[in-house]
Design a protein around this ligand. Structure first.
Ligand SMILES: [Zn+2]
Ligand SMILES: [Zn+2]
Length: 150
């Protein structure tokens, strides 16, 4: 497997043969509260991920105004994945970079909501595109461009 990962207690785990379609940093206030710091999500198609373990869910309205569904481990309550609103990215799943065993091999290429970015966070060299808002159209373009280099 190319990437594996899971929650803190190990009840939830995942594995995939592929690199993410896109690694995206979201600086919005909601993601900040949700993650306790800032959110870096690794996007996959749901069929590209093998999963084990039970999760419990919470729904919230994202910065774009659509409903995202977040999954947490039922035991340690670590955030395991987010299903973005189908209106934005149907059939996709975002796995937090922090729960990858292979996290050191990944870095964000795109960031969104820089208007809400914490001042001490510099723009990392790895980030090639930044958007002040949700940047939905541009985000999809970046995703498609990235698919070719997987
Ligand atoms: Zn757990
Ligand atoms: Zn966000």
């Amino acid at each position: 497997m190319k990437h594996t990962g899971g929650c803190l207690c190990g009840q939830y785990s995942f594995a995939t043969e592929l690199d993410p379609m896109l690694v995206i940093q979201c600086n919005c206030t909601k993601c900040r509260k949700l993650s306790g710091s800032y959110q870096i999500g690794c996007l996959y198609s749901v069929e590209e991920i093998e999963e084990k373990g039970a999760t419990t869910t919470y729904e919230f309205e994202g910065g774009s105004g659509f409903i995202n569904t977040v999954h947490f481990c039922t035991q340690c309550h670590v955030r395991c994945k987010t299903h973005p609103a189908p209106e934005v990215m149907e059939g996709m799943v975002g796995i937090p970079l922090g729960i990858f065993d292979t996290a050191k091999n990944l870095s964000p290429k795109v960031e969104i909501w820089t208007s809400e970015k914490l001042p001490f966070l510099k723009t990392d060299d790895c980030v090639s595109e930044s958007f002040e808002d949700s940047g939905i159209a541009e985000r999809l373009n970046a995703l498609l461009e990235n698919l070719e280099s997987r």
